[in-house]
Design a protein around this ligand. Structure first.
Ligand SMILES: *Cc1c(COP(=O)(O)O)cnc(C)c1O
Length: 393
């Protein structure tokens, strides 16, 4: 890839490996294995496989390699390893880099499955975990110390859209020789500021904005070559979490349009937040870069847009909230986000149902809270749909 290309050009041309047929659109290599010219070549490849030498699809594949190069180049990282899902990526990165006795500091507003990997699995193997309020700079400073090995956080939290001062956390971690791993799903790859703030590794659930069309599960770990092609690849290739070639191929095609899609969705999210702000049936509207958000100044300093998700809180609790959700006509009720179709989620009874009430209270997951993922419909239709549904509250 030409490093001088602008980011959008990298999204279209990055990482291309053309076969002998010189196809225009990227080829999909649906193969488990690869043929060697000789026994000697097989022996040499198992000793050390070069850049474009493949052995087995669990280790890597030309379609997967195109995707890895394209997304790493786009985000400004040296390398990437593509995984079967966002959680396969989170699990591979954390498990590959941690050992018994290590100390991890993480934000408490973590995606539930990430919390499970950290606390229930890695905790069981002797990793010590401290959870902090991610919005509290002093809490990070108090928790991160010389014994800290790794810091893990969501740049923007799901579902409450808390914004973390990433530069502050990265500086603290690096002063203590700790690695910073950012779960960057909500920030979106288009507006990601993890690398610019000093994060060592970005983990992206490509299920979200990379696919962007509600089809594929995928994830990717982006970071420095020595970690990606060292402990992370070794762990991932032996434990079977690699992305399959068909997913990598759909992701390559989806990356071509990702900036256009995500910029349109983010602009619509900002417009909808502005339009709903102060609505008589709502107690709060939150979008990171909208002025009603308590951290909007920080969010704006870190990125030009706050992603494609906003939240609002319906007055009258669960019953009123369900009446609104059930009255939606354009927007669908589901639990994913970053689809071309707009999606409304009631976190308290679905994605965060199992969280104890005191935890919900701490994180702000109230009975009236709706997470709204803005799709690619005309924003005027979405605003009209939300407003007619809010009349039922
Ligand atoms: C969706 C998501 C994940 C998990 O990704 P999958 O692709 O569903 O495995 C992890 N972290 C965050 C913040 C997410 O939103």
């Amino acid at each position: 890839m030409n490093e001088s290309w602008k980011k959008r050009t990298k999204l279209v041309h990055g990482g291309i490996r053309r076969s002998q047929y010189k196809e225009v659109s990227e080829a999909i290599f649906l193969t488990q294995g690869f043929v060697y010219d000789s026994a000697e070549q097989a022996e040499a490849r198992f000793q050390k496989a070069g850049e474009d030498e493949f052995i087995y699809a669990r280790y890597g594949n030309p379609t997967m390699a195109m995707f890895e190069d394209r997304i790493a180049g786009y985000l400004g990282y040296e390398d990437a390893f593509a995984c079967a899902s966002g959680m396969a990526a989170v699990n591979a990165a954390l498990t590959a880099l941690l050992k018994a006795g290590d100390h991890v500091v993480a934000s408490r507003a973590l995606f539930g499955s990430c919390l499970y990997v950290l606390q229930d699995i890695l905790g069981r193997f002797g990793v010590d975990i401290t959870l902090v309020d991610g919005t509290d700079n002093a809490a990070w400073a108090a928790a991160i110390g010389p014994d800290t090995t790794l810091v893990f956080l969501e740049s923007i939290s799901n579902p409450t859209l808390e914004v973390i001062d990433l530069k502050h956390v990265c500086d603290l971690a690096h002063a203590n020789d700790a690695l910073v791993l950012v779960d960057d799903a909500m920030a979106t790859p288009v507006f990601s500021y993890a690398k610019a703030c000093g994060a060592d590794i970005s983990i992206i659930s490509t299920t979200k904005h990379v696919d962007g069309q509600g089809r594929m599960l995928g994830g990717v770990i982006c970071g420095p070559k020595d970690l990606i092609r060292g402990p992370i690849e070794t762990y991932a290739k032996h434990t079977g979490g690699a992305m399959n070639p068909f997913t990598a191929w759909t992701h390559l095609k989806a990356l071509e349009t990702m900036e256009l899609r995500v910029r349109a969705q983010a602009a619509a999210a900002q417009q909808i937040a502005e339009d709903l702000s102060g609505h008589t049936k709502l107690t709060a509207v939150r979008y990171p870069t909208h002025e009603d958000h308590p951290q909007h100044a920080l969010a704006r300093r870190q990125a030009p847009a706050g992603g494609t998700v906003l939240t609002f809180e319906v007055k009258g609790g669960k019953d009123a909230c369900f009446r609104v959700l059930n009255a939606l006509e354009v927007v669908t009720i589901s639990n994913n986000f970053a689809d071309a179709k707009s999606i409304a989620t009631h976190p308290a009874t679905t994605t965060h149902q199992r969280l104890p009430q005191d935890q919900k209270d701490i994180l702000g997951i109230s009975d009236g809270l709706v997470r709204f993922s803005v799709g690619l419909e005309d924003p005027d239709d979405l605003i009209a749909d939300l407003k007619q549904a809010l009349e039922r509250a």
